[in-house]
Every structure is written in C-alpha cells, then in structure tokens.
Design a binder for this molecule. Structure first.
Ligand SMILES: [Zn+2]
Length: 176
C-alpha cells in the first residue's frame, strides 16, 4: 500500500486555561508543523504508464490551502474561554480567525481536529483516499501523533463540529 506524507508549517497562538496555574494560560505562540500520511482506501495498482496515485496532488493542494489560509496565524482557544466573548464584544470581524476546540486547544486536540478535517475534505472529494496518521509538532522536541479514527478520541459531542465539515471553517461561532 502506498502512502504519501504531506508536511506543512504554520504559526499559531493559543492558551490553555484548564490548569489555571500553568504558564500556558497566558496567550503565546509556536511555529508548528502538521504531517499527514494519506493512503488509498483500497490498494491501487500503478498503471504502467504515469505510475502515480493520481488524487494525491489534489488532496495535498486542498489541505495546504486550508492550513495556509485558515490555520496559519489563527488564535486557538477552548470553547469556554472568555477571550471569545472579548472578541465578540470588541473585534467581531476577527471571530473567523479564532480556531475553537471543545476544551483546551492542546496538541492532542489539534491533531484529532486536523485529522477529522482532512478526512472530511478527502471524503467530499470522493478520491478514494484517507488519512491514516497525523502528527502535530508543537516544537522540534514535542510532537503528538494520532492513528486510527479521530472520532474515537474526540470528546463525545452531538454531531461534532467544524472539524467534520469539508469547508474552511475553524469554529462554530455565529458569524459576525
Ligand atoms: Zn503553547
């Protein structure tokens, strides 16, 4: 089985407030990279001519557009973070730049949301590909890798959120 591995860098800011004493409760940023391993759902034979698994390029382009346009320089917050209300009151035009997760936006949470989002793009494209492994490198020495189905590790929520939609959304906040 072939797999293709895509890597993309982005800059982000976040804060983690569940542990109020943690230094991560102060907004701060990282330069991260996301590494996705994509495979055909069923084994595909090379055609003896071009010898490429054709849909890979299209999948890669869609994913990298999402990372570059939506994830890069987004501010990641948990859905109960009061800073969301601050943006609602003072900078509504920037609400779409908040990446909002159920509970703190940890590296584990981000990996699960990204893998679900990428699989939503791949399913919508109908290209017979899926993501089997996704890594978020928060720093060069700290990474989280997820394999399997992100639905098995995301908090149980009725219907899911932006991460199951094949669109550019990064939160479920009411539009400004
Ligand atoms: Zn951090």
């Amino acid at each position: 089985m072939f797999s293709l591995v895509f890597t993309r860098r982005y800059s982000m800011a976040h804060r983690l407030i569940a542990d109020a004493s943690s230094k991560c409760a102060i907004p701060h940023g990282h330069n991260e990279q996301v590494i996705a391993r994509i495979q055909p759902v069923a084994p595909q034979r090379l055609d003896g001519d071009a010898n490429m698994v054709a849909p890979f390029d299209r999948a890669k382009a869609r994913w990298h557009r999402f990372i570059d346009d939506r994830v890069d320089h987004a501010f990641q917050l948990g859905e109960r973070d009061p800073m969301i209300d601050w943006f609602r009151a003072h900078e509504r035009e920037r609400l779409s730049r908040l990446l909002v997760t159920p509970g703190d936006p940890t590296t584990e949470m981000l990996a699960a949301c990204f893998m679900a989002k990428l699989n939503a793009f791949l399913a919508a494209d109908g290209n017979g590909l899926h993501c089997v492994e996704l890594t978020v490198e928060e720093t060069p020495t700290n990474a989280v890798t997820l394999t399997g189905d992100p639905a098995d590790v995301l908090p149980a929520l009725g219907g899911g959120g932006w991460w199951v939609r094949a669109d550019d959304s990064i939160n479920d906040l009411a539009p400004s």
